[in-house]
Design a protein around this ligand. Structure first.
Ligand code: PMM
Length: 270
């Protein structure tokens, strides 16, 4: 395990994240954005071509591939550590061939039965996030008696299935899936009880960035970027709780916040 929490910067290659211009502009803008995030201190870039926002519709497989592969090839070709944010085995495979080192699957293999075997075959690291269903219906799936225990147990089942499919346990990283089939306070309960998930003995990635449960703490007129300060605080607290990594949009703020924690913990600036 690395001795400091890694910062994974989000690179969305989706038309709605880059308001105008043609397809190549989308790829170029995504690459430029990725380079900015690395300059701001990202350790890993997470490249995704399909939005998983609440209510989002799915993107066609060919379109997802066409969006992410050129961006991954360019960024990985520059020696940057890249993950691919996809639920599809074919996209994951093409992404690894283009240079991605990590498969970030928000469904932990549930959305595509081929994902486990393909992940095993690539030998890539694999983020298994807690997920109960696609974005168009996930809000109706947020029923828990004990959210921390159920998320842990459901992820433990995913780990068993992935390992049975051939994924090496040391390749796995777990993610509680904040906002995915989780309502407001269920996210806080998961964060406050990260030790329950850590009990499975695998590294943990936390993705709180700009999510609704943070927006709910802010005044109604607050913008999405106003969620970056609470995100950075969650990143620091996650790091303090032992997280392997945090997935964020605002890399610079998160990096600075984590540097403060590092100085606090070591008694030195670096
Ligand atoms: N959240 C989103 C997308 N991908 N991946 C992981 N591992 N964990 C997350 O929490 C996560 C993810 C949705 O956020 P975005 O639409 O703002 O990228």
């Amino acid at each position: 395990m690395p001795d400091r929490t890694l910062v994974m910067g989000v690179v969305n290659v989706t038309p709605d994240s880059f308001s105008d211009g043609g397809r190549w502009f989308d790829a170029d803008a995504a690459i430029a954005h990725g380079l900015e995030l690395v300059a701001a201190g990202a350790d890993i870039l997470d490249v995704g071509g399909e939005s998983t926002r609440p209510g989002a519709a799915r993107v066609a497989p060919e379109e997802e591939l066409r969006r992410v592969v050129p961006v991954i090839r360019e960024l990985a070709g520059r020696g940057i550590r890249v993950s691919v944010d996809t639920m599809r085995a074919a996209t994951a495979q093409a992404a690894v061939e283009a240079g991605a080192e990590i498969i970030n699957d928000v469904s932990a293999g549930l959305a595509d039965a081929a994902m486990g075997p393909i992940a095993a075959e690539t030998g890539a690291r694999y983020v298994a996030m807690h997920w109960r269903g696609h974005s168009d219906r996930m809000d109706s799936l947020a029923e828990y008696a004990d959210v921390a225990v159920e998320v842990r147990d459901e992820l433990a089942q995913r780990v068993d299935d992935l390992v049975a499919a051939g994924v090496a346990p040391e390749k796995l990283i777990l993610d509680p899936g904040l906002g995915f089939a989780k309502r407001g306070d269920q996210n806080w309960e998961l964060l406050g009880r990260l030790d329950v998930l850590a009990g499975l003995g695998l590294p943990i990635l936390v993705g709180a960035s700009r999510k609704r449960f943070l927006g709910a703490m802010l005044p109604e007129e607050a913008s999405v970027t106003d969620r970056d300060l609470p995100t950075a605080v969650v990143s620091v607290l996650s790091a303090q709780a032992g997280a392997w990594g945090v997935r964020v949009h605002d890399v610079q703020g998160t990096r600075r916040a984590l540097d403060v924690l590092g100085a606090w913990q070591s008694g030195r600036r670096d």
